[in-house]
Design a protein around this ligand. Structure first.
Ligand SMILES: *Cc1c(COP(=O)(O)O)cnc(C)c1O
Length: 228
């Protein structure tokens, strides 16, 4: 199947899942995760109407972002090292992988210099996996989120997570529902926090994520083929 056919299939599937779980009036966006894939693949997706792309490395983004038309939107979804924050602020429209207060403050600082406001997601290590990045649910997230909302060149749009890496669907769903619960808690307890979006669901589990309230699924291999 071509990239275009894959995109059509997945967009239809997203709509069908939304109908099945009575979310047809909600907006569920599709982020095409193009990491490791060549520019030709991104252009093919772009030419079949895709505008949202996800990349996880600065050095790849430096090549791909300028190669796509201006209305392509790039989200950073990989762990961001401190020394790469400046470049990330120049290249990306949104940083989904904000996993420390320190990185948030750096993004704010560089965005002031660039005179832009960066949309961000707080990445949550929802299953407390020592091998994963992200804030832990046990961190003092209320106070961290409060402090981030005071940063003037940052706009928190929501929370991001990677679902539990297990085969049991109920357990995967539980991890997505925990992110939703955390989002509700932050939005209820912090009036200035308007991060209501949930970026969750990948090729293998986006159905469960949409059923759990996802507003953006991040799909790579089902669109572009497996990564080697
Ligand atoms: C690679 C990646 C994806 C996409 O994964 P697929 O299984 O290929 O759909 C989504 N989110 C993040 C954070 C990733 O690193």
């Amino acid at each position: 199947m071509s990239i275009e056919e894959n995109l059509i299939t997945i967009r239809n599937e997203i709509l069908n899942i939304q109908k099945e779980c009575n979310r047809e009036n909600d907006k569920v966006e599709l982020l095409a995760v193009s990491k490791t894939k060549p520019i030709d693949y991104l252009l093919e997706a772009y030419n079949s109407g895709q505008r949202l792309f996800g990349e996880n490395r600065i050095n790849e983004a430096e090549i791909k972002v300028p190669a796509l038309p201006n209305d392509a939107i790039f989200h950073m979804i990989g762990h961001l090292q401190s020394n790469k924050v400046k470049k990330a602020c120049e290249l990306f429209d949104c940083i989904q992988s904000v996993d420390s207060l320190k990185v948030a403050k750096k993004i704010d600082k560089y965005c002031k210099e660039l005179k832009k406001t960066m949309d961000i997601y707080l990445e949550i290590n929802i299953v407390n996996d020592i091998n994963k990045n992200g804030f832990k649910p046990s961190d003092d997230l209320i106070n961290i989120a409060k402090e981030i909302t005071t940063l003037t060149n940052i706009n928190i749009v929501g929370l991001m997570c990677i679902g539990a890496h297990v085969s049991d669907e109920q357990q995967i769903k539980k991890s997505f529902l925990s992110l939703k619960e955390l989002s509700e808690k932050l939005n209820n307890e912090i009036p200035e926090f308007n991060g209501t979006k949930l970026s969750m669901g990948m090729s293998g589990d986006y159905k469960l994520a949409i059923e759990s309230g996802s507003s953006m699924v991040r799909v790579g291999s089902s669109i572009f083929g497996v990564r080697v």
